[in-house]
Design a binder for this molecule. Sequence first.
Ligand code: 5GP
Length: 177
Amino acid sequence: MARRSALKRLIGRSQLRRRVRELAAQIAHDYRGQQPVLVGTLKGSFVFLADLARLVDLPVEIDFIGAASYGQARETSGQVRVYHEPRCELQGRHVILVEDIVDTGLTLEEVRRFLEARGPASLRVCALLMKERAREAGITVDYLGFVVPNDFLVGYGLDCAERYRNLPDVYVLDGEG
Ligand code: 5GP
């Protein structure tokens, strides 16, 4: 397939598995005796959330929030819109926002603000990936899988115009993609 040649593997499935297991263990330790709500950002976090939720040894609840800034483009539009709200009652709950990737941090900021307004007992962020530029900008999260280069990534839930989400590894998408 011509398009496949534009994909360069960055993080393999076993490395992902190992790191997600570590994050799950850390969360299970920190929330022992509690029932946190994992709120995944649509759609990119669905694979990470599914793996994390199955590895975390806690009676978690699952919900989703839909926030979009990129649309079909590879660059952020700079405006984040919440298009799907979580259905769970979040007031007084321990909420863990599960993000696929932090790039400019705009989505994270907007979603965090949105969730804070629901009055959770606590709110922490677990992101699988963070781009170098976000780290350099001083953006921090409570649980982080990997710092990644400022490339456009696909796979393990991440798409380009809705393609590649089902690839089991994380790839850099070059050129034509
Ligand atoms: P931010 O608001 O931090 O700039 O971008 C966050 C959102 O943009 C992510 O949740 C994801 O949907 C999308 N995004 C950012 N970087 C990438 C990337 O490298 N690949 C893909 N597929 N989506 C990205």
